[in-house]
Structures are given as structure tokens and as C-alpha cells.
Design a protein around this ligand. Structure first.
Ligand code: KIV
Length: 291
């Protein structure tokens, strides 16, 4: 078995073997992702959309994140489990960030947290690191600020916004974040940021030159039916396969073909003989099978 991943071991992979991160939201997704070789399991706030059916990530609560972090932590034996701090669970300042992150760590069992934002969240990053909680940064497209960013769109395409993203990423790395997610930025910008930063970069829609990549579990497996960003590669169509299987099950139930002989338990006839209801043999209630 490979060595257990920590924030420190992930950091040390800068420029080396690519870091593989996948989101996971429960025990089976954690087991599957880890068995597939993921180094980091992110209990992302994308939970809101792909598992809980919300239109965006804004409504997921710390309580809900804790619940799912617990399940993922139970499934992870080797991967580093990172919990996402949801919208408005850290923006008020370091005290709020510590309270929220503390719950994900103490109750949810995660070993690091991720928060969205750049220089404006440095006080929160400092407080978390001072408390011994490793922090992953997240810049570029930050879905918790979708309203301000004007929707799901590539960030940093002009000089001013590219400089701002670079400055944010540098600040997070210098503050001590063990890794920084770059979401939806041009590949050329991600390449520069990756070269500049001491911390590894983990890209999603940020090209191949990041130190690692992350995708949403349901996107990789083709389960999620919602938005299909162009940077996502679906490696399977389990949504379609699953629907076919469930449709076959429903048809077999209606046709009386499930359960079949392999799925039933037997008992000795004699034990049925003596069963009664109001003194009447229970077997007499049986209707003869139709001819
Ligand atoms: O919540 C999430 O899934 C994320 C990843 C896309 C990085 O933040």
C-alpha cells in the first residue's frame, strides 16, 4: 500500500509526479476514487449541485459538509481528505473561518480545508495555519462568487485580471497554502503561475502544465446531467448505464421475473405445514398459480 498522503507530502510533489485529485462525497465514492489512485479526495462544495440537486454551490451548509466529510473520511485510508469551506462560512473573518474549519476537522475527520479567494482571505488563511490546519487555496473561477464574476466563464484572459489572479495565487502560496487550485483560467496563465509558485498548482480547466489536476467525481463518470463544462472529460457514461440497469429492474419486477430462483431463500416444506391463521392452515390462503 502506498504511503498516506499529507499536506506536506502533497507539497513536496511540486514539479514531480502529477498530483491526482478527485472530489468525493460519500463512502463509496471515496473508496472508488482512492482505489483508482487519487492522492487527494476533495469533499467539494460542488456537493450542493451534483449530490443535493441545488442550482449552484451557495446553499450548502457547514452541517451538510460535516456529514459528507465524515463519510469520505471513513472511506479514505491513504488519500488526503480536504474539506471545502462553504459560502459564508469564512468570509466574516478568521474567527468564523476557525469555527467552520474546526468542525470539518474535528467532526468531519478531514486533514485540510480549501477556501475560495485570494488576498482578501489571507487573514483567514493565517489564522487556520496558526491553528495547525493545512489550507488549500482556490483562485480563478471561484463559484461561490459567481454573481460577481458574471457566471461560469474563463477568468484572467486580459492583462489586468491575469495579474490579479497571479498576485492572489502568489499571496496564497507565500502565506503557506500547501496547494492552490486554478479553476478555469487560460493554460498559458496557469503555466506561468505554476512556474512562479512554490506551492503545487492543481488545475481544473487550466491546462496540462499544472502540478496536478482535479475533476468532479460525477463528471468523470458521466453521472451528472447538469452543466457540462468543456474542460471536463467524461471517462464513462454511468448515468446512462445506470438508467438502463434500473429500467431493466423495474421491468423485471413488473413482469414477475425478479426475483428469480437465484435470489430466493428456501425452507423445508414441513415447517410451512403447521402454520395457521385463526386456526385455519395458512397454506389454504394460497391461490393456485394461474394455468
Ligand atoms: O467544489 C468543488 O468541486 C471544487 C473543485 C471544482 C475544485 O471546488
Amino acid at each position: 500500500m502506498k504511503q498516506r498522503q499529507t499536506a506536506r507530502s502533497v507539497s513536496a510533489r511540486k514539479g514531480g509526479e502529477k498530483i491526482v485529485m478527485l472530489t468525493a462525497y460519500d463512502y463509496p465514492s471515496a473508496r472508488m476514487a482512492e482505489d483508482a489512485g487519487a492522492d487527494i479526495l476533495l469533499v467539494g462544495d460542488s456537493l450542493a449541485m451534483v449530490v443535493l440537486g441545488h442550482p449552484d454551490t451557495l446553499s450548502v451548509t457547514v452541517e451538510e459538509m460535516v456529514h459528507h466529510c465524515k463519510a469520505v473520511s471513513r472511506g479514505a485510508q491513504r488519500a488526503l481528505v480536504v474539506g471545502d469551506l462553504p459560502f459564508l462560512s469564512y468570509e466574516a473573518g478568521p474567527t468564523q473561518a476557525l469555527e467552520s474549519a474546526g468542525r470539518l476537522v474535528k467532526e468531519g475527520g478531514v486533514r485540510a480545508v480549501k477556501l475560495e479567494g485570494g488576498r482578501e482571505v489571507l487573514p483567514q488563511v493565517d489564522a487556520l495555519l496558526a491553528a495547525g490546519i493545512p489550507v488549500m487555496g482556490h483562485v480563478g473561477l471561484t463559484p461561490q462568487r459567481l454573481a460577481r464574476l458574471g457566471g461560469f466563464r474563463v477568468q484572467g484572459r486580459d492583462a489586468a485580471t491575469a495579474q490579479a489572479i497571479l498576485d492572489d495565487a502568489v499571496a496564497l502560496s507565500r502565506a503557506g497554502c500547501f496547494a492552490v487550485v486554478l479553476e478555469c483560467v487560460p493554460a498559458a496563465l496557469a503555466r506561468v503561475i505554476t512556474a512562479v509558485l512554490e506551492a503545487p498548482t492543481i488545475g481544473i480547466g487550466a491546462g496540462p502544465q499544472c502540478d496536478g489536476q482535479v475533476l468532479v467525481f460525477h463528471d468523470v463518470l458521466g453521472i451528472h446531467e447538469g452543466i457540462r463544462p468543456s474542460f471536463v472529460k467524461r471517462y464513462a457514461e454511468l448515468g446512462a448505464t445506470g438508467r438502463e440497469a434500473l429500467t431493466a429492474y423495474a421491468a423485471e419486477v413488473r413482469q414477475g421475473r425478479f426475483p428469480g430462483p437465484e435470489q430466493v431463500f428456501s425452507m423445508e416444506e414441513q415447517h410451512l405445514e403447521g402454520l395457521t391463521v385463526d386456526g385455519r392452515p395458512a397454506r389454504s390462503y394460497l391461490r393456485e398459480p394461474a394455468a
